[in-house]
Design a protein around this ligand. Structure first.
Ligand code: PNS
Length: 187
């Protein structure tokens, strides 16, 4: 059994993204918009991995309130606003289209990071993790638990509140709140 494992490793199937002794992870998402919950996951993952790529899905299925450039830009500003400089230095923001596992390979990531707010997230996340493992056996999904104070946050509810003119400060960083207010005002 152990021998089979070693053989698979020798052929690179079970050991992706661990080159040069660096552990690289990708955190994919729609981030429409990024919330304090996402930022909490980024901070936690950035403590564990040497490099974290926040991968923003282009043209997500649900029509995004913020465009691709805006979503990536507010993430950049939110990370600068909320993370310590030595942590932020290890986080990069990239856009991607297509499969998460392909984006992971492209960036040399051996791990996919996802956040769990509650048990209800688990079922769909588990399914996605299994699909991704089938597609890329050498890439593991790693789950981080969101801090309890952010467990209620969801991008879609934040968007809804902003659309109806509600105050979203405290749910998202200031840079995001400003963009949401502007987008809502523009209709
Ligand atoms: O922030 P979200 O909307 O929960 O993120 C979902 C995301 C982007 C991680 C997921 O939809 C995804 O990975 N999309 C890329 C296409 C893909 O790889 N699909 C197969 C995963 S099972």
């Amino acid at each position: 059994m152990q021998r089979d494992h070693r053989n698979q490793r020798d052929h690179g199937k079970l050991d992706e993204g661990r080159e040069h002794g660096m552990s690289v992870a990708i955190y994919p998402g729609s981030f429409d918009p990024i919330t304090y919950g996402h930022l909490d996951i980024i901070a936690r993952a950035a403590r564990v991995f040497d490099r974290l790529v926040v991968a923003v899905l282009e043209n997500p299925r649900k029509t995004p309130l913020l465009g691709d450039d805006d979503r990536a830009d507010v993430i950049r500003r939110a990370i600068e606003e909320t993370l310590a400089p030595d942590v932020a230095r290890r986080v990069s923001i990239e856009r991607f289209d297509g499969l998460t596992v392909e984006a992971a390979r492209h960036h040399g990531a051996g791990f996919i990071v996802r956040g769990l707010r509650a048990v209800s997230d688990f079922e769909s996340e588990l399914q996605m993790a299994h699909f991704n493992r089938k597609l890329a056996p050498g890439i593991d999904t790693v789950f981080f638990m969101t801090a309890l104070e952010y467990a209620y946050l969801s991008s879609s509810l934040v968007k809804e509140i902003a659309r109806f003119g509600g105050d979203v400060r405290g749910m998202v960083p200031a840079a995001v709140a400003e963009r949401l207010e502007a987008a809502a005002a523009a209709g």
